[in-house]
Design a protein around this ligand. Structure first.
Ligand SMILES: C[S@@+](CC[C@H](N)C(=O)[O-])C[C@H]1O[C@@H](n2cnc3c(N)ncnc32)[C@H](O)[C@@H]1O
Length: 173
């Protein structure tokens, strides 16, 4: 089970990228996303609507206190993996991560409080270059699930794409 914690969401600045964090988490095999930072019901609603139409059991929620989220997941036996360009390379730590069956993956926005680095069991970089929480999350999920997430089935989907060489085919339930 893999849960994503999105830190420091900012109203008026991060709507699109925070929504993409949720969409990528859902599409690539995570069970849920928790948003912290500014409360933004629009994002939660939009992820819920996506899940209603496209299926699966993905959940999105808000928690004001990222510290409390980290501590409570630790207590429940989750390993805490924080994605940061300053961490140890993903390719060196992926085997250790795969051994953890329950994991909370933390992604930041502009500034990540130093305490997060201390609370994390793993600080993981996806290259040592600055890029994006969306890309870092996608690559971690892809490596963690060994590509099996690409074939994930979403139960009770109202909309289902039938892949085509060209054009768009969507089956409606
Ligand atoms: C705009 S970046 C901020 C970059 C930040 N200085 C850092 O520590 O990675 C927002 C988030 O994207 C993720 N991120 C960006 N580049 C990354 C990288 N090379 N490896 C892992 N995560 C990265 C981190 O979760 C970071 O908090």
């Amino acid at each position: 089970m893999l849960v994503v914690l999105r830190l420091g969401h900012r109203l008026g600045r991060d709507e699109r990228i925070s929504t993409h964090c949720g969409l990528v988490a859902r599409a690539l095999g995570a069970s849920s996303i928790i948003y912290s930072g500014d409360h933004d019901s629009g994002i939660i609603e939009s992820i819920k609507k996506t899940a209603e139409s496209w299926g699966g059991k993905f959940k999105a929620e808000y928690n004001e206190s990222w510290r409390q989220v980290i501590k409570s997941y630790k207590k429940r036996g989750f390993a805490i993996a924080h994605l940061s360009m300053y961490g140890l390379p993903l390719q060196k730590k992926i085997s250790a991560l795969r051994r953890k069956k329950k994991m909370l993956v933390i992604i930041g926005s502009e500034k990540v409080p130093p305490e997060v680095y201390d609370l994390a069991d793993f600080n993981i970089s996806v290259t040592q270059q600055p890029h994006s929480e969306v890309a870092a999350l996608a690559l971690l999920l892809h490596e963690y699930f060994r590509g099996k997430e690409l074939k994930k089935q979403f139960s009770k989907a109202k909309l289902k794409i039938i892949p085509q060489e060209r054009g768009k085919k969507v089956e409606k339930d």
